[in-house]
Design a protein around this ligand. Sequence first.
Ligand code: HSE
Length: 346
Amino acid sequence: MRLFIVGLGVVGKGVLELLDARRAELASHFGVETRLVGVADSKGVALCEDGLAHAEVLGVKRPGAAGVASLPDGRPLASQDDLPEVIAHSGADVLIELGPTQMRSPRPATDRLLAAMGAGLHVIGANKAPLSTAFAALTEAAAVNNVLLRYSATVGAGTPMLTLARAAVMGDTLVGFRAILNGTTNFILSQMRSSGATFDSALAEAQRLGWAEADPSNDVDGWDTAMKTAIIACHAPAIPPGRSISVHDVRTVGIRGVSARDHADAEAQGQVIKLVASFDATTLSARVEPVRVPIGSRLDVPAGGNVLLIDLKHAGELALFGRGAGAHETAAAVLRDLVDIALSAR
Ligand code: HSE
């Protein structure tokens, strides 16, 4: 499969590293072999039909290096608006879109996905902004162009939350779901409670671990969780045909207002404060807000954890716990989508 990767930040580099590390396994277990025919970062693009060497690409993305425009097959991009055209004519089979999540301006990433699908490329999106604002348009474009659209990295990273949500709803009636979907806020709340860390130092540590968004206000103000909530509801699907839910339909409150006093009051009552996503399948209402949950309950997940609790009419509650952020964790979800596309497209 010929790949074009947009975005070579923490996750993009993780994808190249994991493709190298798992190359033999991907070929022998799934018959998947890949060639990187295009890469783009915020300043440039490089194209090579015979394949770009991963090590060289990683080399130009080290701190202080000049980016993909400095590769032998690279050139600067006058504008990011030129990318859709470049991708469409790149000869790639699959676009892996890992651009930064810009919730307030999702259009450039959405346009890249639409242009790729219009040109017959399958698409893997790890960017939450397009999927949480234009889900119906993107899935329709995939159907019209007879290509595959996958986005499991948008929720839960290596933990296959979307797969579980869809499988659950295929066989049973959804009552609703509750979840913790953001490692950064979970870490900040845990650190503030357990060690009295300040908000700023806990956030800096989450950034160092590679969990936080490029713009961490997406994390702390709840929008990252709200985007994921909308994507789960659309993907499951937890909404009737013809209806859709976007991030803007999710009532969202972040964690900036949570004080040391709130943590102490909660603890005195055997509770802990978590940023909880909830979706009610009867009213179709979705919320993200700091909530007190009993210490030791399923929502009381440790700092790096995410959890999805699905409430079903017949099967009762299902729970899936795992790490939901990090370079290789998220890259693993991209590889899962890649294998899925390779097997489904055969
Ligand atoms: N910023 C997210 C988190 C990771 O902290 O969980 C990517 O979804």
